[in-house]
Ligand binder design. Structure first.
Ligand SMILES: Nc1ncnc2c1ncn2[C@@H]1O[C@H](COP(=O)(O)OP(=O)(O)OP(=O)(O)O)[C@@H](O)[C@H]1O
Ligand code: SF4
Ligand SMILES: [Mg+2]
Length: 388
C-alpha cells in the first residue's frame, strides 16, 4: 500500500523531457541577466512592467536599430584591407511576437547577412567584420538584451530562443549523423541536464510534429527528399523551443508543390507555438503568402516596409513597383505592365552615393545623389523616397 502511494507521488512529480528542457533553458537565461541593457534599475523595472502589460501578439520580440554590417576586402601583395562591402548599411525594423516579417530583394542586397548577424554568427566567425547598431532582443519577462556585442558564451542562452533554417537543407545537415542525432544536437548543447533517453523521446516527438515518423530517426539525410530534409531542418530548429526563427530562403530549393507544404507546416507551427518568423526570400509571391509585414531591401537598405497586403497590392517605392511587376500573375491570359529596370544592381563595394537605387531609378532627381533617404510614413507604410 505504502509502496503504491510512493509510486503515485513519484508519477505526479515526474516531469516530461519538454518540462526539463524548458527549465534548463530558463535557468541559462537567468544566469545571463547581467547583460540586460537599461542601466537605471527603476527605468528597467518600468520597461519590464510595461512590456508584460502588453497583450501577447502586440509585444515586441526584436528591435533592430541602425544595423550596419561591413565585410572587409583584403588584397595586394601584403594582403591588406583595401576596401569594404557595405552589405547592410543602416537598417532598422521591429518584429512582434507571433508575427512574420518577410525580407525580400535581389541577390546580394544583404538579406542573409542580416539573418546571420541577428544570431551573432558573422560577428563570431568573419574576422575583421564591422558590425554597428543594436539588436535588441526582448525577453518574455520584459528584459531587453542587446545581442550585437555578445561573445559566443554570452550568446548561448539566447541562441536557444533564436534558431535559423537554411536554404539548402542538404548542406545544412551533417551527412555523417543520423537524423535523430542531428535533431538531438541542439538539445545536447542547450539542455545538458537532459538524460539521453529523454532527448531521444523529444526527437521522436519533433519528427512527428513536422510530419515525419519517429522511426525515421535512424536514417541519414541523403535518404530523404528535399522537402523531407527541410522538415528535418525545421525539427532541429524547434528542438530548443525557440521564440524566433530566421528562415533564410527555406523553400527556394524546393518544387512549387513542396514549397506550399513546407510553408503550410511553418504556419501551423507558428499558430501552435506562437513563433515569430523572419522569412527571407527573393520571390515576392512566396513572401506575400506567409508575411504579416514585408520589408523590401535594395543594396543594404530598406526601400519600403509595411503590411504585406499593402506592399504587395499597392507598392509606393519605385523599386518595389519594379520588383512586383516581375512577379508572374497566377491566372493565365492576364497581362500586366512590366517595369524593366535599367542596368545591373551596383556592387556594394562601390555603392552609389545618396540613394543606392538612383542609378536605376526611373524617377531619379539630382538631389538623390546627396543623402541616403530616410524611411518616412507614406500611405500607411514607410518608404525611403521623398519623391513619391
Ligand atoms: N564573407 C564575405 N566577405 C565579403 N563580402 C561578402 C561576404 N558574404 C557576403 N558578402 C557580400 O555581401 C553582400 C550581401 O550578401 P548576402 O549574402 O547577404 O546577400 P543576399 O541578399 O542574401 O543574396 P542572395 O539572394 O544571393 O542570397 C553581397 O555583395 C556579398 O557578395
Ligand atoms: S530617392 Fe531618388 S533615386 Fe531613390 S527612389 Fe526616390 S527618386 Fe528614386
Ligand atoms: Mg542569401
Amino acid at each position: 500500500m505504502k509502496k503504491n502511494k510512493k509510486k503515485k507521488k513519484r508519477a505526479r512529480s515526474r516531469k516530461s523531457p519538454e518540462d526539463i528542457a524548458a527549465k534548463a533553458l530558463r535557468t541559462a537565461s537567468l544566469q545571463k541577466k547581467k547583460n540586460s541593457i537599461p542601466a537605471n534599475a527603476k527605468a528597467e523595472e518600468q520597461d519590464q512592467a510595461k512590456a508584460k502589460a502588453q497583450p501577447k501578439g502586440k509585444r515586441k520580440i526584436l528591435e533592430v536599430v541602425d544595423l550596419k554590417v561591413h565585410y572587409p576586402i583584403y588584397g595586394g601583395i601584403l594582403y591588406r584591407k583595401i576596401g569594404e562591402v557595405k552589405a547592410v548599411d543602416g537598417i532598422s525594423f521591429t518584429l512582434h511576437e507571433g508575427e512574420t516579417l518577410g525580407l525580400v530583394g535581389e541577390s546580394g542586397c544583404g538579406k542573409s547577412t542580416i539573418g546571420k548577424t541577428l544570431i551573432n554568427l558573422l560577428q563570431l566567425t568573419v574576422s575583421g567584420i564591422h558590425v554597428t547598431g543594436q539588436i535588441l532582443f526582448h525577453q518574455e519577462d520584459g528584459e531587453i538584451i542587446d545581442l550585437a556585442p555578445l561573445s559566443k558564451q554570452e550568446m548561448l542562452p539566447y541562441r536557444s530562443q533564436i534558431q535559423m533554417i537554411f536554404q539548402d537543407p542538404y548542406s545544412s545537415l551533417n551527412p555523417r549523423l543520423t537524423v535523430g542525432e542531428i535533431i538531438e544536437e541542439p538539445l545536447v548543447v542547450h539542455c545538458p541536464i537532459l538524460k539521453s533517453q529523454d532527448r531521444k523521446k523529444m526527437v521522436v516527438g519533433l519528427l512527428e510534429k513536422v510530419g515525419l515518423g519517429g522511426e525515421q530517426a535512424n536514417r541519414y539525410p541523403h535518404e530523404f527528399s528535399g522537402g523531407q530534409r527541410q522538415r528535418i531542418g525545421i525539427a532541429r530548429a524547434l528542438a530548443t523551443k525557440p521564440r524566433l526563427i530566421i528562415a533564410d530562403e527555406p523553400v527556394s530549393a524546393l518544387d512549387v508543390s513542396i514549397q506550399a507544404q513546407v510553408i503550410n507546416l511553418m504556419q501551423d507551427l507558428q499558430d501552435e507555438f506562437g513563433l515569430s518568423y523572419i522569412f527571407i526570400a527573393h520571390d515576392l509571391s512566396v513572401v506575400e503568402h506567409i508575411s504579416d509585414r514585408i520589408a523590401v531591401m535594395y543594396l543594404g537598405n530598406i526601400a519600403e516596409i509595411g503590411e504585406g497586403e499593402k506592399i504587395y497590392h499597392s507598392p509606393v517605392h519605385p523599386y518595389t513597383k519594379a520588383l512586383l511587376s516581375a512577379v508572374p500573375l497566377p491566372e493565365p491570359g492576364l497581362k500586366k505592365q512590366r517595369l524593366a529596370l535599367k542596368g545591373e544592381i551596383p556592387s556594394p563595394l562601390a555603392k552609389p552615393s545618396g540613394c543606392g537605387f538612383r542609378t536605376r531609378c526611373p524617377i531619379a532627381q539630382n538631389d538623390c545623389a546627396l543623402n541616403i533617404p530616410p524611411l518616412e510614413e507614406k500611405e500607411g507604410r514607410q518608404v525611403a523616397c521623398p519623391y513619391v
